[in-house]
Write a protein that binds this ligand. Sequence first.
Ligand SMILES: [Zn+2]
Length: 105
Amino acid sequence: MKYKQMVPKHVEEYWKISRATRDLCHKDLSKDRRRWEMSEVTIAANIGDFFPEGDMRQHYELDCCAECFLKRVKPALEQALGVEFRERRTEESDLEYAAIDAEAR
Ligand SMILES: [Zn+2]
């Protein structure tokens, strides 16, 4: 006859990102997302040196949803900096919208 006992299995613990809320509106975009909704907003910078021995850059980022980007971030940056975001469909090349460089040879 065989007997059995419950033996606790060693479980390795590790940290993972469980969810992310947006910094401006605090929405959790993992919920209530439409099936084909594929908006992506990236507001980030890596500033500093990248040596062969290691990446010494400082990373800056702001999590932002598409709605906050369009209604708050984009207008604020355009107004504050006096610039205008270039717009194109993602499937279009930015080459189509680039101005001809008169200084290039
Ligand atoms: Zn938002």
